[in-house]
Design a binder for this molecule. Structure first.
Ligand code: DGY
Length: 321
């Protein structure tokens, strides 16, 4: 019987599927992820690993698990926590969960964009602090969407779903992504043009060596002073120290972050001092239906890999030659 380690309790659809195929799989049941040592010990000897984005799956872990490891399945679309070349070199297919979280993440991006533009979190803090004494013509004025320009950096599934939503808000949409075809009435532009023209800049690139700190001091210095930055991709794409200085000096108007580096964000992070920085704890895909679908797809990937079948969603199809 195959040995499987699942690194956290995932929503029912995935667990039910796994139980049907492998009634005795090993499940980490604590709320917190396993520590590195706990992960290595519990996963040792496994044929299949189902992990979350909280686990670093590198060559050391793969070797500690052993040469029998047949499949790594992550309940996430992002795979920056997995050493893909190391898995590919060992012939291990890596499964991920694209597609099923596109709409939820695009919705979250829009929620953040609107909240930062209209200072929703700041307004709520203001009210709860007992500062609301009267309606005022100049209280907490924000940014308008109609007629403004939204610049999308990374025009894959999620970037395009954000562009689709932007049409309903009468935003002009431009994007930068050398590999993407035009869609949703969005116009392709180079990055400098995007930064020069956008009132809202939304980041939708995966984290890798090329995109690490893509949003740095130079990037921010090219944005408009009224601009709002939204990051629902990965925290590592953004240089948080550069963002702090840009927001503190009002070089840009506001930022809304679904993701940070590290996660969780330490409570002494200077960004938390700023009223014009909205931060939520990586909730892009956090809807019940979406997480159910992610769980099911992650389990389907794992089951397929253990049966020696092609994964429904394989991130490194090169392993199949
Ligand atoms: C993913 O799946 O990579 C997302 O970041 C989870 O919200």
């Amino acid at each position: 019987m195959a040995k499987i380690f699942v690194t956290r309790i995932i929503p029912d659809p995935g667990l039910i599927l796994l139980r049907e195929h492998f009634p005795h799989f090993d499940l980490w049941t604590a709320d917190q992820p396993p520590s590195r040592n706990e992960l290595i010990e519990r996963a040792r000897g496994a044929d299949g690993l189902l992990c979350l984005l909280t686990e670093k799956v590198d060559a050391e872990l793969m070797d500690a698990i052993g040469p029998q490891l047949k499949v790594i399945s992550s309940m996430s679309v992002g795979v920056d926590h997995i050493d893909i070349p190391a898995a590919t070199a060992r012939g291990i297919p890596v499964g991920n969960t694209p597609g099923v979280l596109t709409d939820a993440t695009a919705d979250q991006t829009f929620a953040l964009l609107l909240a930062a533009a209209r200072r929703i979190a700041e307004g709520e803090r203001y009210l709860r602090a007992g500062k609301w004494v009267t309606w005022s013509p100049s209280l907490l004025l924000g940014a308008d969407l109609v007629g403004a320009t939204l610049g999308i950096v990374g025009f894959g599934r999620i970037g395009q779903a954000v562009a689709k939503r932007a049409q309903g808000f009468d935003l002009r949409v431009i994007y930068h992504d050398p590999t993407a075809q035009p869609a949703c009435n969005a116009q392709p532009v180079d990055l400098d043009t995007l930064l020069r023209e956008s009132d809202f800049v939304s980041i939708h690139v995966p984290l890798n060596a090329e995109t690490k700190h893509l949003v740095n001091a130079e990037f921010l210095s090219k944005m408009k002073p009224n601009a709002v930055l939204v990051n629902a991709a990965r925290g590592g794409v953004l240089d948080q120290s550069a963002l702090y200085h840009a927001l503190k000096s009002n070089q840009i108007f506001a930022a809304a972050l679904d993701v940070t580096d590290p996660e969780p964000l330490p409570m002494d992070c200077p960004l938390l001092e700023l009223e014009n920085c909205l931060i939520v704890p990586h909730l892009g895909s956090a809807s019940k239906k979406t997480r159910d679908m992610m769980s099911l797809l992650a389990a389907q990937n794992l089951v397929a890999g253990l049966k020696g079948e092609r994964l429904p969603n394989c991130f490194n199809p090169q392993v199949y030659g």
